[in-house]
Design a protein around this ligand. Sequence first.
Ligand code: PLP
Length: 385
Amino acid sequence: MYLDHAATTPMRIEALAAMVEELSRVGNPSSLHASGRGARRVVEESRELIAAALGVPAGDVLFTSGGTEADNLAVKGVYRARRGQDPRRTRVLATAIEHHAVLDPVGWLGDSEGADVRWLPVDGLGRLDVISLESELAQAPDEVALVSVMWANNEVGTIQPIAEVAALCDRYGVPLHTDAVQAVGQIPVDASIVDSLALSGHKVGGPHGVGALIARRGLDIAPLMHGGGQERDVRSGTLDAPAIVGLASAIASSMADMDVRTRRVAELRDQLVSGVMTSIEGVTRNGDPLRALPGIAHLSFDGCEGDALLLLLDAAGIECSRGSACSAGVPQPSHVLLAMGVEPLAARSALRFSLGHSSAAYEVASLLEKLPAVVARARRAGVPR
Ligand SMILES: Cc1ncc(COP(=O)(O)O)c(C=O)c1O
């Protein structure tokens, strides 16, 4: 039973077929001969598909090795370019609940490059406090290098008011980056309202190790890697045509079936949440129940250690997560829950169940059958302080 689609979701069959076909061909998209031109054509068609799905011109799509690279490129690249143009621009505004792919480069700019980092607060449902963003922007707009607000949170699933944030940033003339790694393919995303947007292949049913930064032409980005000058001279490195084809196919097909698929996934998620909450006492649902990703159910279990629950469920054949897969294994409460005002001990008792395109009712039924005994056992073990 795989209930960890937010960590990575199986490849969609269309993406797998397109990628396998391309893997059997030779050709560097930068070569001038026929094989190279063939690979280039495939890359450019993929770029167009992705751009059309996200409402931007094809030239805005820059291929990367995944979401982490796209976020790093936007955060560090835009910061360096804007500060280079005007040394007063040292401030970076980002929400306190960003994924580590944004959180850490922003923190690193603060520690190593003199950035004045301001973490923007969220409320108890994980929603950005837009008023605090506005007051930060109004204080000294000329000193803000960039704003980073994720489209939707990977742990609790809360969707942020991106259109409102984009309008504010626009008013103050400050570029807005958004990490839309969890949003693309799950909810409608119009990338034309932001200056840059990160997405990742393995979250949309495409392959691992590929992603994109959608970056408006005219947005100055200092490259992080130097080399062959591919991707507008912003992201050097030979393009991975098979992975790019798989990514484009996954995005295009997830746009095509988004309505039907996400309605079905949200129904399963609702059955999961109501089933758990009616059969087990002391369970709290985290995140915004009204504006949430369709596949995420984030629940806290009073008196349990999340890791104990996770391992007991794993032994019972059910795979889920403590929260962010990328920081799991580190026995600390999630920074997202802490920013939402959850007490550290309670934050350690949370689990994320996430559903996706291949989820089936029997997986939810199996969880509902096994979870009460697992929780009872974890409660007997208690929470080590
Ligand atoms: C919101 C968010 N941003 C960025 C990433 C990193 O993406 P990738 O795994 O492609 O590097 C993840 C992965 O968990 C994520 O959930």
